[in-house]
Design a protein around this ligand. Structure first.
Ligand code: PRP
Ligand code: ZN
Length: 293
């Protein structure tokens, strides 16, 4: 596409260069129609069809870049947003990259509950959140700040326990550690700078958000099609958990209709059995790319 873009209004978006959020963030951006490539090699990528520049950064740095207005928007874990205690606006919770900041101790340890940690050493890359958590409970801990490979510290007797991100739990298990309690539940957030933005950028952000919302709604929904006898239509309508009324089309075969609707994915299997009981057949479920109300 050869449309010339006004780069004074280019929206700058920070995403994680490589890590748990990268692939899904790239999928989301492609999913809302933003075209770009070479993101693995470059730190800054211009998109072809949307007035957007992507900056590929370490996730730890994203909240501050957005806070300072170097980037207008950022996709980053809540863990980083809250650890850095940054002044940014959280626009959306995106329900991917889910993980938690949790305290873990060796499997034979007697350190189980927060109160057991009085005077103990905890290694972490999340000093702010960890300290605040124990302070609120009136428990004094000794903090060992480490920037990586935190899970190895108990074996090295550098710390008694750790406070670190847990997703699958594989890393803890591999290091003989057991998760004891959660400090923070995290997911990917879309954040915006609180610095003043031009009218053009604000409009672009609105457009961007509308596309993200459409994409998110679509992800949670499925298009459902079925055939049914005419006399079961009223029952089927009451079973379909859709907000809008379904589309009903006559079939060549008399006394039969095709019913189309959009339903929440998490209800599909329950509903399908009830639909069958009500006389529906040839039930098909399809994914939806995007959905604008
Ligand atoms: C976290 C954490 C563990 C791992 C846990 O690191 O420090 O190493 O993920 O995941 P698991 O429970 O699925 O094994 P992360 O990938 O966030 O890397 P980073 O801290 O370097 O950004
Ligand atoms: Zn990180």
């Amino acid at each position: 596409m050869n449309r010339s873009l006004d780069h004074t209004t280019s929206l700058r978006i920070a995403i994680q260069k490589s890590g748990r959020l990268t692939d899904k963030t790239i999928d989301l951006l492609h999913g809302i129609g933003i075209e770009f490539d070479n993101y693995k090699r470059n730190l800054m990528v211009k998109t072809r069809n949307f007035d957007v520049e992507l900056l590929l950064l370490r996730d730890d740095d994203i909240p501050e870049y957005v806070q300072d207005g170097v980037c207008d928007l950022g996709f980053v874990g809540a863990n980083e947003v809250f650890e850095k205690n940054t002044q940014v606006t959280v626009l959306r919770g995106l329900n991917y990259g889910n993980c938690r900041l949790a305290v873990a101790s060796p499997k034979d340890s007697t350190l189980l509950n927060p109160s057991d940690f009085e005077g103990k050493k905890i290694a972490t890359s999340y000093p702010y959140l960890t300290k605040r958590f124990f302070e609120k409970l009136g428990v004094t801990i000794e903090m060992v700040e480490i920037s990586g490979a935190v899970e190895i510290t108990p074996q090295l007797h550098v710390a008694d326990a750790i406070s670190d991100l847990v997703s699958t739990g594989g890393t803890l298990k591999a290091n003989g550690l057991v998760e004891r309690f959660t400090i923070l539940e995290s997911e990917t957030k879309l954040i915006q700078t609180q610095q003043a933005l031009s009218e053009g950028k604000q409009q672009l952000i609105q457009k961007f958000l509308q596309r993200i919302d459409g994409y998110q709604t679509a992800k949670k929904s499925r298009y459902i099609l079925m055939n049914a006898p005419l006399d079961s239509v009223e029952t089927i309508k009451t079973l379909l958990p859709s907000m809008k009324s379904p589309t009903i089309m006559p079939l060549a075969e008399t006394e039969m209709v095709a019913i189309h609707s959009v339903i929440p994915f998490d209800q599909f299997w329950d509903v399908m059995e009830q639909l069958q009981d009500a006389g529906a057949s040839d039930i098909v479920m399809l994914p939806i790319e995007s959905m604008i109300a």
